[in-house]
Write a protein that binds this ligand. Structure first.
Ligand SMILES: NC(=O)C1=CN([C@@H]2O[C@H](COP(=O)(O)OP(=O)(O)OC[C@H]3O[C@@H](n4cnc5c(N)ncnc54)[C@H](O)[C@@H]3O)[C@@H](O)[C@H]2O)C=CC1
Ligand SMILES: O=C(OP(=O)(O)O)[C@H](O)COP(=O)(O)O
Length: 334
């Protein structure tokens, strides 16, 4: 039996999760919601994906354009076993009452508070915690990136301090900025450190800045070590960690631009780079401190997490079986 999946909010994350669902042999994409009949709605229809109006209030927009929808969100909820809520941050918590009423399990994204769900999730760190749960939150792209690399060196961590350099907008977003400034999050810690702690129990503080780029986020990470470790051992650990890839400046990976070009060269859909990119040369140990720098493709790193969360919630597969299936289906390199 295939799990029936709906996606509420067919934007940056929603369209990628919907695509990933269609690649799974144990899941079926029942439909997606749209608020208006824009080019994304037409493209979904071309792909054979049933499009539902996100609520009754949006129906007139579709009627006016002569775009026939399959129903509204409530109709979609009647058809599915699980809904992936990928609506703008904060909206998921409001939608939760609809999901509860329909008796449908739901996955929320990192723009929601941890309290919206029963578990905050990163597959390789705490897959089992989502087992059989009804409401799971896939943490934000940055939190996912931090958790992927920190969870595998957890035994060495006394304390982590990370500086988060965040992209200003996604490439499809013409409204957000800044275009010519650096904006600090003046609240320290930024939400990322506490958010990592919702998944793994480590000491961590973060501060964050937004910079004018759309490609990726970059993290500068410093770990105070609890016990000695050599840089080459950390490189070995990362080389054996799923959904983490090492890139060398020596081979031309000077910046996020070449990382995205690498994903393009792989002919990845939407140039997704699902893996966290660690610069190999940046992994260094000085005294009792470990340093490394990594980049996160904000549009795609959480996509495999949504797929694994579905399998965990329906107890369809053990952790590593699910991760392997998801990785193979999306062409994740390791
Ligand atoms: N873009 C990113 O870098 C990442 C975003 N996230 C999180 O994923 C969630 C979604 O973010 P994005 O995909 O970036 O947003 P987005 O703005 O690209 O997509 C949201 C979609 O929801 C639609 N929408 C708006 N109101 C709606 C409603 N009432 N009902 C249904 N759909 C509605 C919008 O039209 C849009 O298509 C947020 O929680 C965000 O924090 C997580 C990781 C990375
Ligand atoms: O939620 C995200 O995109 P957003 O800035 O569009 O809300 C990304 O996951 C980055 O968020 P974060 O920097 O709060 O981790």
């Amino acid at each position: 039996m295939k799990v029936k999946v709906g996606v509420n909010g067919y934007g940056t994350i929603g369209k990628r999760v919907a695509y990933a669902v269609t690649k799974q042999d144990d899941m079926e994409l029942i439909g997606v919601t749209k608020t208006k009949p824009d080019f994304e709605a037409y493209r979904a229809r071309e792909l054979g994906i049933p499009v539902y109006a996100a609520s009754e209030e949006f129906l007139p927009r579709f009627e006016k354009a002569g775009f026939e929808v399959a129903g509204t969100l409530n109709d979609l909820l009647n058809e599915v076993d699980v809904i992936v809520d990928a609506t703008p941050g904060g909206m998921g918590a409001k939608n939760k009452v609809l999901y509860e009423k329909a008796g449908v399990k739901a996955i929320f994204q990192g723009g929601e508070k941890a309290t919206t769900a029963e578990v905050s999730f990163v597959a390789q760190a705490n897959y089992e915690k989502a087992s059989g749960k009804d409401y799971v939150r896939v943490v934000s792209c940055n939190t996912t990136g931090l958790t992927r690399t920190l969870s595998v060196i957890q035994e060495y961590i006394d304390y982590v301090y990370a500086v988060m350099i965040r992209r200003a907008a996604d490439p499809n977003d013409a409204k957000r900025g800044p275009v010519n400034a650096i904006t600090p999050s003046v609240t320290v810690p930024s939400h990322h450190g506490p958010d990592v702690q919702t998944v793994i129990p480590i000491n961590i503080e973060t501060s964050a800045f937004v910079v004018p780029t759309t490609l990726m986020h970059v993290h500068s990470i410093m770990v105070e070590l609890k016990k000695p470790v050599e840089a080459k051992d950390v490189v070995d650990i990362f080389e054996n960690t799923t959904r983490v890839l090492l890139f060398e400046k020596e081979k031309g990976f000077d910046s996020t631009a070449q990382l995205i070009e690498f994903a393009r060269d792989l002919h990845r859909e939407w140039n997704n780079l699902y893996e966290i990119a660690v610069w190999k040369e940046s992994v260094s140990v000085r005294g009792n401190r470990l340093f490394y720098i990594q980049a996160v493709h904000q549009e795609s790193d959480v996509v495999p997490e949504n797929i694994d969360a579905i399998r965990a919630m329906f107890e369809m597969a053990e952790k590593w079986e699910s991760i392997r299936k998801t990785n193979e289906s999306l062409g994740i390199l390791r």
